[in-house]
Design a protein around this ligand. Structure first.
Ligand code: PMP
Length: 461
């Protein structure tokens, strides 16, 4: 057996990758032809690739590396935990210190009515747990007909059959027989693209009231829960109008619908508070967590559950769990990540330093001829590409082409930004410094300039 290391030539790594590795959300043949970018190291907010490029990671991996790369404390904790107890499960009346400590810490950070954690290996798994938990909750309360979960179009809640069904991504539903029964999707509060002539406030209210309409149409006795990301991430960092969330909360309260806040991206500081629910002012019954819980250093997720829901679920046996629920190494690493976030006052850095600097840089891009709007909450932002700002027009070319071209120019300028159709998205590590934010802004503007020129040259504008 030969070792595959970073020291092999890039082309050789790419060929082996193409021969044996199937990538998520990728057209495999296209990637094989082009060759994958090989990332070899990372430190702080910078990635290094096999060609020696230093790339500013404006996405914190997949919205997860909140404390930045290269924190050896997490590696040390992982090694120590692996030596002491590399694995044991939490089934069959057993537990261990790392999972106890992590659950206690999460409960202390979460809103005061959320005190119990059900662990999973990822956000997708945690949302699968939520589907079964809310339905089981109502069944245990003698209302088994309450099984419908209402979600939103263009939401992202994961890739498993259950969580992919909760999500509202059409291209995902088209593959593999999704959604599962009793999941219903309402429209999203995306004013820029769908608001027409309405004011953002009126539009936000109307989109929230779609929830009430759906509950009334299907019957209150059929609806178990509503799930949403406080701010949609993978859908393109869609920040709802201020009128949206208070109305959603009112409706959930009125009809006794459980509210699940998917905090997989928003949690652990991304929006400037510990949880996005605090930022948008809601009181969820369950919060989904993953990503920033361990800053991506270990795969771990979970559901933080209210006392009321936990009391009901705990009164019977919940026939659900994963081999890696509360994995000791992942738990220990997550705990160390939470220690760093707190002891280094990362949220203070976000609020006082990074957020003001990033907002200024981001909104500064609004004068660019390709940019229709810039929006940002905390450390997650997006901008809309448009051929005409005033009319919020779409491009004549296929949706996503302008975004793809811009993303390619970002790569060429050593900046990672993601595109969601024709929205460009950022979500950098929370520890990013003002100097690095300046670099991010310069590279973003350069990429926009180059994309603009390219579109003009190709007669696309
Ligand atoms: N929920 C949200 C809001 C997410 O953004 C994601 C991942 N992007 C998930 C769930 C799924 O998490 P995972 O990829 O860890 O399964």
């Amino acid at each position: 057996m030969s070792a595959i290391t970073n020291h092999l030539p890039t082309a050789e790594l790419q060929a082996l990758d193409a021969a044996h590795h199937m990538h998520p959300f990728t057209t495999g043949n296209e990637l094989a032809e082009r060759g994958a970018r090989v990332i070899t190291r990372a430190e702080g907010v910078y990635l290094t690739d096999s060609e020696g490029n230093e790339i500013l990671d404006g996405m914190a991996g997949l919205w997860c590396v909140n404390i930045g790369y290269g924190r050896h404390e997490l590696a040390d904790v992982a090694a120590r935990q692996m030596r002491e107890l590399p694995y044991y499960n939490t089934f069959f009346m057993t537990t261990h210190a790392p999972v106890i400590a992590l659950a206690k810490e999460i409960a202390s950070l979460a809103p005061s009515h959320l005190n119990q954690v059900f662990f999973a290996g990822s956000g997708s798994e945690a949302n699968d747990t939520n589907i079964r938990m809310v339905r089981t909750y109502w069944a245990m309360k003698g209302k088994p007909s309450k099984s419908i979960i209402i979600s939103r179009k263009n939401a992202y809640h994961g890739s498993s059959v259950g969580s992919g069904s909760l999500g509202g991504m059409t291209p995902m539903h088209e593959q593999g027989g999704l959604p599962i029964p009793d999941i219903h999707h309402i429209d999203q509060p995306y004013w820029w693209a769908e608001g027409g002539d309405a004011t953002p406030e009126d539009f936000g209210l109307a989109r929230a009231q779609d929830l009430e309409k759906a509950i009334l149409a299907m019957g209150e006795d059929r609806v178990a829960a509503f799930i949403a990301e406080p701010i949609q991430g993978a859908g393109g960092v869609i920040i709802p109008p201020a009128t949206y969330w208070p109305e959603i909360q009112r409706i959930c309260d009125k009809y006794e619908i459980l509210l699940i806040a998917d905090e997989v991206i928003c949690g652990f500081g991304r929006t400037g508070n510990w949880f996005g629910s605090e930022t948008v002012g809601i009181k969820p019954d369950i919060m989904t967590i993953a990503k920033g819980l361990s800053s991506g250093y270990q795969p771990i997720g979970g559901s933080i559950v209210s006392d009321e829901v936990a009391d009901v679920i705990n009164s019977g046996e919940f026939n659900h769990g994963y081999t890696y629920s509360g994995h000791p190494v992942a738990s220990a690493v997550a705990l160390e990540n939470l220690r760093i976030l707190q002891e280094e006052n990362v949220l203070g850095h976000v609020r006082d330093v990074a957020m003001p600097a990033l907002h200024e840089v981001w909104h500064g891009l609004n004068d660019h001829p390709l940019v229709g709007e810039t929006t940002i909450v905390g450390m997650m932002g997006s901008l809309a590409l448009t051929p005409d700002k005033d009319s919020r027009a779409k491009f004549a070319m296929d949706a996503g082409t302008a975004g793809y071209m811009t993303r390619e120019r970002c790569f060429a300028n050593n900046l990672i930004m993601r595109h969601v159709y024709d929205r460009m998205v950022i979500s950098p590590p929370l520890v990013i410094t003002p100097e690095e934010i300046t670099t991010l802004g310069k590279r973003a503007r350069q990429a926009l300039d180059e994309a603009y020129t390219q579109m003009k040259d190709q007669g696309l504008l």
